[in-house]
Design a protein around this ligand. Structure first.
Ligand code: FES
Length: 103
């Protein structure tokens, strides 16, 4: 399931920028979006719909749904299951989102 990162190969992966709530964040194309956000210290990633408690990625494998963000206008996207694309626009979610629409 896990494999060791070959540090020499990291230079081969294209560096890029994504926009997070209007701020440019450095990332690598293809890495999990949640990893890029954690690397950039973007926490909390969302707030609980019920209590408003701050939340951040927990499982990093698509199980806990603690990493939900809005990507290119699509709400409730699991950041841990979404590969980074250059120029993608991410909005952190604070509160509930409608399924298939914006809050
Ligand atoms: S971190 Fe658990 S589903 Fe994304």
């Amino acid at each position: 399931m896990f494999r060791q990162v070959d540090a020499a190969r990291l230079d081969e992966v294209a560096a890029c920028h994504i926009e997070v709530d209007g701020h440019q964040v450095a990332a690598r194309e293809g890495e999990p979006l949640a990893a890029a956000l954690l690397k950039a210290a973007v926490t909390p990633m969302r707030h609980s719909v019920v209590s408003g408690a701050p939340r951040a990625p927990y499982c990093m494998m698509g199980v806990c749904f603690e990493c939900l963000v809005e990507v290119d206008g699509v709400p409730n996207v699991q950041a841990c299951m979404t590969p980074v694309r250059a120029g993608m626009t991410v909005r952190l979610q604070h509160g509930a989102r409608q399924i298939g629409g914006q809050a």
